[in-house]
Design a protein around this ligand. Structure first.
Ligand SMILES: O=C(O)c1cc(=O)[nH]c(=O)n1[C@@H]1O[C@H](COP(=O)(O)O)[C@@H](O)[C@H]1O
Length: 273
């Protein structure tokens, strides 16, 4: 899905919600225990329940990899089930020497390889330009580069002063990466827990979409993120995973997920006006 189509979806659904499919087999409702593919059945119900309120889905690959071959199968079926008008994110946080990144890109972007055809992938910038470029070699596919993450450890490296102590490392990441790709192929990850930095990030990257995880279970504020992060084209995808997926641990999990997603969407609609 390209920049214009994503922006149009946000306008149409009055939503910039990304539902994180961090589907933990140990947290599934007991009544799904005996179906052949519980992870897919759970995801299918969550997607059906939340699709009216969401513009993107982000399976976190760790939750599937941890299940071995059957996890990859659940992932494939889930990706195929996501409605075509929704943006898809492989949250894989990849990045390696160019030769290896090329294979990661093929795995997630080339359907004739592993069968997966995601719109985008999360990538770690630590190894620099040649670790990122192979993902950008796929026309129409997006790199979502980690800039300022939501976790406490983000201070260890990302907040360190660099460039003769003139700015923090995440700012250099945001500036440099914009020389590698246009805003039509490059997003940045900024944690919702870092909302006080979003105005600054918008100055550095006025047109790039920001993927913002960390509302819900991690306590970030949708209001704060939206106030400084939204652009005329939307410019934000705000992710919630656990707060939607596990809103109820019972048989009514999908209804509870829908209610949670709807509440977020309704709040988003007020910021989009
Ligand atoms: O890249 C990400 O999506 C990501 C970056 C970040 O800084 N913080 C962060 O929480 N995430 C992911 O976003 C999701 C957050 O999940 P919840 O805290 O359950 O909403 C998880 O899949 C994380 O791996």
């Amino acid at each position: 899905m390209n920049y214009q189509a994503l922006s149009a979806q946000i306008r149409q659904k009055k939503s910039y919600l990304c539902v994180g499919l961090d589907t933990d087999i140990q947290k599934l409702p007991p009544h799904l225990a005996n179906v052949p593919d519980p992870v897919f059945e759970f995801n299918k119900a969550i997607i059906d329940a939340t699709a009216p309120y969401a513009v993107a889905y982000k399976p976190n690959i760790a939750f599937y990899e941890a299940q071995g071959p059957r996890g990859w199968e659940s992932l494939q079926k889930t990706l195929d089930y996501i409605p075509k008008d929704c943006f898809t994110i492989a949250d894989a946080k990849r990045g390696d020497i160019g030769n290896t990144s090329g294979l990661y890109a093929r795995a997630f972007f080339d359907p004739s390889a592993a069968g997966l055809n995601f719109d985008s992938i999360t990538v770690a910038p630590y190894m620099g330009h040649d670790s990122v470029m192979p993902f950008l070699a796929y026309p129409g596919k997006w790199v979502i580069l980690l800039a300022l993450t939501s976790n406490p450890g983000s201070a260890d490296f990302q907040r360190q002063l660099v460039d003769n102590e003139t700015q923090e490392l995440f700012e250099t990441v945001i500036q440099k990466a914009q020389t590698w790709a246009t805003h039509e192929q490059l997003m940045f990850v900024v944690g919702a827990t870092q909302a006080d930095q979003i105005a600054r990030i918008r100055e550095l990257a006025p047109d790039n979409f920001l993927l913002v995880p960390g509302v819900g279970a991690q306590g970030g504020s949708l209001a704060d993120v939206s106030k400084n992060g939204l652009t005329k084209d939307g410019g934000l995808l705000v992710n919630a995973s656990r707060s939607i997926l596990y809103a109820s641990s019972g048989i009514d999990f999908a209804e509870a997920a829908a209610a949670e997603a709807k509440a977020i969407q309704q709040e988003m609609a007020t910021y989009l006006n």
